[in-house]
Design a protein around this ligand. Structure first.
Ligand SMILES: [Zn+2]
Length: 459
């Protein structure tokens, strides 16, 4: 005969009280481990008992008798748990506890195989949560036979593996059952993309997007190496970027996985830039080009430097990047526009003139044009090459392809001002007094006071 619920619950409390009172201090390690096993098996079995209790409560209790409008609220008030947790326990009891038909006949649990494994003490709460989560994502059109086969697969994995293994099995099963319809290569191809969002006021940029399985597999392999603890750590005096980090180095690495991924991508980018295999872009080896003025470098509160792509680079980042031998840093005198220093990679050739242009013009010099320096060409601002123009840096300026062609084929003219900026003079019929120099790549000039802007004598 089954014991009464009241007696059994009282015996459980007494047994747990004994366990709490037990002498853990003098127990041997083997005894402690054995006790741990027992506590765990009870922890696994307790929900089985709880499901029966909750199902009875849900079936036959009028919550209003307890001053609650629903059974979950009754549970929440009575047990001082959240209504979310109360609803979860009731739903789990419904899925895994015994049921009865309307006429009182016993009925298998909804997830009968999971419930059986739970009764065996073979799976724990994490397993149950993952399996129930799997069925929650399956749409109604998946037939009962497929559901049962899937449950059998997952319970078999759960009986032998931890939650990590079970999660992998769930992902694979979902891919095989493709409950969202047919996953196709075309669909994946269409959705692929990575967006580096607008640079925010603090200098940071959000990244969003979707990787194809191929891209994921590729980055997975790279990041397994480069984002491992101890690798590419900017907190190290000399970060390890190839070979294996010493174990102590990995141990004192406190970065989050996300931070390690970020640092790995940065290190990989540097490696590609340094490889010398990227060829050229508009006449310069592909590299990071940054410009700044001496005045800003010397001032602690200096304005951020600007990359040739138009991104703002705070001073500490600039100094850190310049310490790597493979970036160009052009330092200018803010008053005369003279190039004072060109730091550059040893690997790359010496196209110093273009560096000067990157630093001085930063992008297409045609007023209002937003094309950045990386995508600009060299233009002979004083006299075109075909008209005996000298390839002297003071005569050169940046122009994007379309604007360079416009100069060659129309009545637009350019000339240099004494401050090194390039002035674009429209054909007379176009001249409406518009700006003649392009300040879009020089936000600091846009903010400059009007009385500072008095130097526009043409050369
Ligand atoms: Zn342009």
């Amino acid at each position: 005969m089954a014991p009464s619920l009241v007696d059994a619950a009282a015996a459980l409390r007494a047994a747990v009280a004994d366990l709490i009172a037990a002498d853990t201090d003098t127990a041997t390690v083997a005894e402690v481990v054995a006790a741990m096993d027992d506590v765990e098996s009870v922890r696994r079995l307790l929900p089985v008992a709880e499901h029966r209790i909750l199902n009875r409560l849900a079936a036959d209790t009028n919550p209003l008798d307890y001053g609650a409008t629903t059974v979950s609220k009754l549970l929440a008030f009575r047990l001082r748990i959240s209504t979310g947790e109360a609803s979860r326990r009731l739903a789990e009891a419904k899925d895994l506890g015994p049921r009865r038909t309307l006429i009182g006949q016993p009925l298998d649990p909804v997830l009968a195989q999971t419930a059986a494994a739970q009764i065996d003490g073979a799976i724990n709460a994490e397993h149950v949560k993952i399996i129930r989560g799997f069925f929650a994502t399956l749409p109604d059109h998946i037939d009962p036979h497929t559901r049962q086969a899937a449950e059998a697969d997952l319970v078999r994995v759960a009986r032998e593996h931890g939650p990590e293994g079970l999660r992998k099995a769930v992902t694979l099963l979902l891919a095989l059952l493709h409950p969202d319809g047919t996953f196709s290569d075309e669909e994946r191809h269409r959705r692929r993309g990575i967006v580096i969002g607008k640079q925010q006021a603090d200098g940071m940029s959000p990244v969003t997007g979707y990787l194809t399985p191929e891209a994921r597999g590729t980055f997975e392999a790279l990041l397994a190496k480069m984002a491992a603890p101890g690798m590419c750590n900017p907190d190290d005096v000399a970060p390890v970027v190839d070979g294996d980090p010493e174990p102590e180095r990995a141990e004192r690495d406190t970065r989050t996985p996300a931070q390690r991924t970020h640092d790995a991508l940065l290190a990989m980018g540097r490696m590609v830039l340094c490889s010398g295999k990227l060829g050229q872009l508009n006449g310069l080896p592909v590299t990071v080009i940054v410009s700044n003025t001496l005045q800003d470098l010397e001032s602690a509160a200096g304005r951020p430097a600007v990359t040739a792509g138009g991104s703002l680079l705070p001073m500490p980042d600039l100094i850190r990047m310049a310490s790597h031998a493979h970036h160009y840093l052009a330092v200018f005198d803010g008053h005369t526009g003279q190039a004072l220093h060109l730091g550059r990679t040893r690997r790359c050739a010496n196209p110093a003139q273009r560096i000067v242009l990157h630093a001085r013009d930063r992008g297409c010099t045609r007023p209002g044009c937003t094309v950045d320096g990386y995508r600009s060409q060299v233009h002979h601002a004083v006299a075109d090459w075909k008209d005996d123009g000298q390839t002297d840096v003071d005569d050169l300026s940046f122009a994007c392809g379309p604007d360079n062609r416009m100069i060659e084929t129309t009545a637009w003219r350019t000339r240099k001002r004494t401050d090194g900026t390039t002035e674009w003079i429209p054909p007379p019929q176009l001249d409406t007094g518009q700006a003649r120099v392009n300040d879009l790549h020089h936000p600091e000039r846009l903010l400059r006071q009007a009385d500072e802007d008095d130097d526009d004598d043409p050369v």
